[in-house]
Design a protein around this ligand. Sequence first.
Ligand code: IMP
Length: 186
Amino acid sequence: MSGPAWNRINEPFSQLISAEEIANRTAELGKQITADYAQFTGNADVVVLGVLKGSILFMSDLVKHIALPVYLDFIAISSYGDATTSSGVVQITQDLTRSIEGKHIIVVEDIVDTGHTVDYLLKNLATRMPASIKLCSLLHKPERAEREVKIDYLGFTIPNKFVVGYGLDIAQQYRNLPFIGFVPNA
Ligand code: IMP
């Protein structure tokens, strides 16, 4: 029987952002979003749109702190490139389940790195005539920016390191770490 490929006792990562820091910042972002969208009290006026798979842990914690009626949806995209760098060629592999026309959209991302993925996604979503689109990203690596992206709600700015955990992966692994760690030499 083959066991798990890794376990937390032997995990090779250095912690960059603790679970507690993530929880505190996520609660603050949720409060800020609640205040900013307080006038939208209709059902499904506000759509919290998670970008799969990296945003799922962040999104599930964030929405608990948004004290408004929101509709949740997901979009899956794959970005071509090697394990640690996106090439800017992006494909939607699973689309939204409902129209977003006339809705207020909060896109939830795990990380804005070069900015190619989110730039493509925001442009694509804009063609669907939502009433507004804002971006909420857990992480931002400004040193790697190749596209200018406005992040309306940002968790943390991080240095130019490849990070994993709390939704972020390397080759689909380590998404379930409860903290953000960095991979030495990646
Ligand atoms: P971008 O197009 O370069 O901004 O990259 C965006 C996507 O690449 C993110 O949504 C992540 O899926 C992935 N990515 C970028 N940097 C990291 C990282 O440090 N760790 C894990 N995934 C990353």
